[in-house]
Each structure stands twice: as C-alpha cells, then as structure tokens.
Design a protein around this ligand. Structure first.
Ligand SMILES: [Zn+2]
Length: 280
C-alpha cells in the first residue's frame, strides 16, 4: 500500500516542479532578435513583466512599450493637476524603462485620459494601435490576459486594454482593415506570432520566467513610481524620497516581487497563433 502513495507524491511533486519551469518550445530566455511590444493602459502596468522585458532587451531583442493613457488621474493629492501628473508619470516611466535598459524612443504613450479608456472611441484607439503594430512589427506582444474560456475581471482601463490590444493585433494582420495605413502611409499588414499574457488566472499560467538576474533592475525601476506606490500618491513632494522612506519602499517592493528564496519569477500565459484563439 505504501508504494502507490509514494508514487503519487513523487508524481505530484514532479508536476509541481515542472510547472515552475514551464516555458514555450524555445524558452523566453533564449529569444534573440525579436521585436517585442508591451501594450498596457497606464505608465506602470508594465511593472509586472519588467524582468522579462529587461532580459529580452538585454538579449538582443527590441522591446517597445505602448501605454494608452497618460495616467493623469492616478493621484489623491488635491494639489496635483492632470497635466502635472501626466508629466510626472512620463518621467517616472522613462526612468523605470531606463533602469531596464529600454531606450527612451521605445516608449510610446497615446495620451488618453486615465480611467476613461472603456469610454473612448474604440475604432480610433485600435487604429492607433494597429499603426504601431504595423510600424514596429512585433513578433511578440505582451498584454493583460483577457482570459481563457472565461473573461478575467480587470479594473476598467485594464479590462479595456486587454481587449483593445488583442483586437488591434487581429486587425493589424488583415490588409483590408485600416487600409488607409497601407495605401497612404507605406505600412504593410503584420501578423503577431505569439503573446505573453500577464495578470491572468493562476491556473492559466504556462510560462514561468526566472528573471532573478534582473531583480536589481526590476526593483530600481519600480522605485521610480513615487507618485503611485508611496506617500506621493497623497502628497507629492517630488521624485526624491527621504532616505528613510526610500529604504522602506525598497523593502516593500522586495517583498512584493521576490520569492522567499530571493528569486524573481514572472508568471505568464504564452499563446502562439492567430489572436482568434486567445480566449479558447
Ligand atoms: Zn494600470
């Protein structure tokens, strides 16, 4: 009776260990020479995949970051205006990307108003995203996971962003959609080959990227989001924190990002193929 029990335990353990290291056929850390595009709603949505982004850029891929809103309402400080916040968050995002080794000209912000993305003109937003996809021709798109089988609930702008990103990828591959870009702007239709989807259901993660080598860059990048993750969200006093608050902030980020053993693993859903199947 003991043997089957041990067999079961070993099998379960093996599956667990395998799931920790699950990867696409060519593991993400072996990707080279690819164009990769992150599409998100706010200038900090990328924080969840910063390690993967830093690694990809470091490994000779080109990582582009497209953020749809300027993030101009993400404050509870009554003395910060929307314009001020948009500028602050642009500087924070460029600072974060700089820590990851992603060049400034790889950051594109479409400038929509934060918190209102679901209410914007969808055709217009998608047209803009399609133009970027046809311009930068990403083989890989990193986006919020809309859900597989069932829709994942995300907060409003994230909910909009996951659908807009997927719809834009789909539209980009059809030559007769937004054909003005092809006829008049010299662009060509483009098919995204695969997706890395984040913030999805736990059971849908099939790719676990060990980016422990980049944990310093990842923490330093998130340290830039002073207007979002610190007392600056209530009372913004500039980009520089006191030594004491900076130290506490770093500790908080380490706790948030790192496993108990100090490793940084990013959990994603890898999907390969036409976007029509992303929800299946
Ligand atoms: Zn967000």
């Amino acid at each position: 009776m003991k043997k089957p029990k041990i067999f079961l335990i070993v099998t379960v353990l093996l599956i667990f260990v395998q799931s920790l290291f699950a990867q696409p056929d060519v593991p993400v850390n072996e990707w080279r020479g690819k164009n990769v595009m992150f599409i998100g709603a706010h200038p900090d949505d990328d924080a969840k995949t910063h390690g993967t982004m830093a690694m990809l850029q470091d490994n000779g891929n080109e990582v582009y970051v497209v953020i749809i809103t300027s993030g101009n309402v993400g404050t509870k400080d009554p003395n910060v205006s929307m314009n001020q916040l948009a500028r602050i968050r642009r500087a924070e995002e460029l600072g974060a990307l700089g820590e990851l080794g992603i060049p400034e000209d790889h950051y594109i912000n479409l400038g929509y108003t934060d918190g209102m993305l679901e209410l914007e003109n969808k055709k217009e937003v998608i047209e803009k995203l399609v133009r970027l996809i046809r311009t930068y021709k990403p083989e890989i798109v990193i986006a919020f996971d809309p859900g597989k089988g069932k829709m994942r609930w995300h907060k409003a702008d994230h909910r909009a962003a996951c659908v807009l990103a997927t719809d834009a990828c789909r539209a980009a591959e059809w030559p007769l959609l937004y054909q003005g870009q092809i006829i008049h702007e010299g662009l060509n239709y483009h098919q995204v080959s695969a997706y890395l989807l984040f913030d999805g259901f736990e059971e849908d993660f099939n790719t676990f990227v060990d980016v422990s080598d980049y944990k310093k860059q990842v923490i330093n990048a998130s340290m830039k989001y002073v207007s979002q993750y610190t007392s600056g969200n209530y009372n913004y006093q500039g980009a520089n924190l006191s030594e004491d608050e900076a130290e506490k902030f770093r500790k908080r980020l380490e706790k948030r990002f790192l496993n108990e053993d100090g490793r940084l693993i990013e959990k994603l859903r890898y999907y390969k193929g036409i976007p029509d199947g992303i929800g299946r």
